[in-house]
Design a protein around this ligand. Structure first.
Ligand SMILES: [Zn+2]
Length: 295
């Protein structure tokens, strides 16, 4: 993909060629969906910005919270609520914290791919493909998992990545912000890509509750975040669409944040028509309808 150096070279077309999502029904009894997902970055969220952050021990400790406290607490909460979720894990995290990752798998949750070093998949990035393959290798080596789903570290994408994931057999991705239902990617050469399960910034806890020297943000209180999360869910249910969470154990595994998440998930569970599930399940539902339509 050539760099676009000037506005004269800017293509006059939509960058994403996929049409709006088809209105496939949710499984029997459900009118809307929640893709419950977590991004397990651990320290790689911080070393991605500068590998030498490894020597900055307090910076590292933000990520280190995940293995020591955050992830076990989240697993406990999901178990109490009887919910299954998807955990997108970086390869580095698998290598550095194998016991934490084994516990996620053992609890019956889906494991997804989240890069190796959590490097932003910027167009032309020299480690783009290496990140995908090293992440796959770590998942296989540590957990025996061949992931169906991928979420881009720091939420960026490019055509080279879309092609690489489709060619490696990924079923779904979850990074694009352009819809409220699953849809099928179309690659630039016209071939089908992965199924997209779009997230929104509204459910990214990092934006609302994590503050550090290198990631300074305001911390929002429970009432504010609950108001955002409930309003987004209520309207999405009315639309018959889906919400996707982007939660991080180093944020939502903190005491006050866990309390907030418990309250939100309990609220979500009060709607019997809301399908709270993994990306794998939502993608499989899409695939069933797509295949039925093709017949
Ligand atoms: Zn991440």
């Amino acid at each position: 993909m050539a760099r676009i150096e000037s506005f004269d070279d800017l293509p006059r077309r939509a960058p994403n060629a996929a049409p709006p999502a088809p209105l496939y029904p949710w499984p029997e009894g459900y009118g809307a969906a929640m893709f419950l997902s977590f991004d397990v970055d651990a320290e790689s969220a911080w070393t991605a910005k500068d590998p030498d952050n490894f020597n900055r021990l307090v910076t590292m400790s933000y990520g280190g919270y995940e293995a020591r406290v955050g992830t076990p607490k989240l697993l406990e909460l999901l178990d109490q609520l009887g919910l299954k979720a998807t955990f997108f894990i970086t390869g580095w995290t698998l290598d550095a914290h194998p016991a934490m990752c084994e516990a996620i798998l053992k609890a019956g949750h889906e494991i997804g791919h989240h890069g190796y070093h959590h490097l932003l998949p910027d167009p032309g990035s020299p480690r783009l493909i290496e990140e995908v393959d090293a992440g796959l290798d770590a998942l296989k080596r540590r957990l025996g998992v061949v992931p169906k789903g991928y979420r881009a570290p720091s939420g960026e994408f490019c055509e080279e990545l879309r092609v690489a994931l489709a060619e490696r057999g990924f079923v779904y991705t979850s990074s694009f912000r352009d819809d409220v239902r699953p849809y099928r990617h179309i690659l630039d050469d016209g071939r089908p890509g992965t199924i997209e399960l779009p997230p929104t910034a509204s459910y990214d806890d990092w934006m609302l509750g994590l503050s550090a020297r290198f990631s300074p943000r305001p911390i929002f209180p429970k009432e504010h975040v609950l108001s955002i999360w409930k309003d987004e869910l209520d309207e999405t249910r009315d639309w018959g669409a889906m919400v996707t969470t982007v939660l991080h154990p180093q944020c939502s595994g903190r005491p006050m944040r866990l309390r907030l998440l418990r309250e939100f998930l309990t609220y979500a569970q009060s709607f019997p028509d809301l399908w709270i599930t993994t990306g794998e399940d939502i993608a499989a539902n899409y695939l069933r309808h797509e295949q039925a339509e093709a017949r």
